[in-house]
Design a protein around this ligand. Sequence first.
Ligand code: PLP
Length: 338
Amino acid sequence: MATFLCRWEFSERGHYSLRKAADVLGIGRDNLVPVGVDADGRMRIDLLRDTMRDLQQRNIRPMAIVGIAGTTETGAVDPLDAIADVAQEAGCHFHVDAAWGGATLLSERERWRFAGIERADSVVIDAHKQFYVPMGAGMVLFRNPAWTQEIIQHANYIVRKGSVDLGRHTLEGSPGAAAVMLYANLHLLGRKGLAQLIDRSIDNAHYFASLIAQQPDFELDSHPQLCILTYRHVPETVRAALATASADRREKILDALDALTISIQEMQRDAGRSFVSRTQLMSTQWGGRPIAVFRVVLANPDTTHAILQDILDEHRALAAASPCMAPLMALVGAPDAA
Ligand SMILES: Cc1ncc(COP(=O)(O)O)c(C=O)c1O
């Protein structure tokens, strides 16, 4: 029996649904090969090419390369055109995960960010994200719609030959009518209305990033490419201590800072006035170690500049009240030999 090994290339920031897909398809998670990203969270083409060479030397033919158009955690957009070149040279399928960012294509101002997506063999876009419809309305678009014929099913009582029922080739035989919500929204808001929402959310993200950058006690950890950004509160004394600390002490301070970030986020969630999510990122700024950060998705068009200022003020107030502040300050105040 022939052994067929297949690899998917995807960036280190790939969504966990890629692992789910590998499970469901029986490909095996070991056959998902992550490709390193640059400081902005975009797939590095030099590393992709290294990976392709390595696989070729081991006689492994990649099945697909996955580019991400808007990563979940920081909204980074992979260099899709360059990935398309690599996929074309290797003769493998080029898939784009635009689940989160796909609606950006509606914006004439922002669409350039996705240059190369038109070369994809398949693209996933979730309408329940930036098309502003309730969950769950996912779409997969194929360059060649006839590919769905490969898995088409018929029955005698339903989906007979000639049927146009989607259930012929979706996993659920009786899929919900999620398309109605998208259809309605496209008519209510239209392409222009949705594009305005996208543009406004990206403007807001840029505004918030510049506001954070002006604060002496906040650190911007990812610059917005779409409307997501990550940052954290770093009290000025902590910032000063980090700049001069020995490697060992720096690690202890960074651990305590992570605890403070997590505690602020939980306190803010529990207080219920406002909400930011949080995640963990590999930080190039801090020597490639994971750090806890706030993650903000500015998709609500009603978010004003005053609200964004309030969020930072609330972070500060919660930090002062957090039980994690005293241990952090004790570390900062301790002599470096500690
Ligand atoms: C980039 C990306 N891909 C895939 C998904 C999976 O989305 P869902 O399971 O909601 O369809 C998400 C969800 O956040 C995402 O951000």
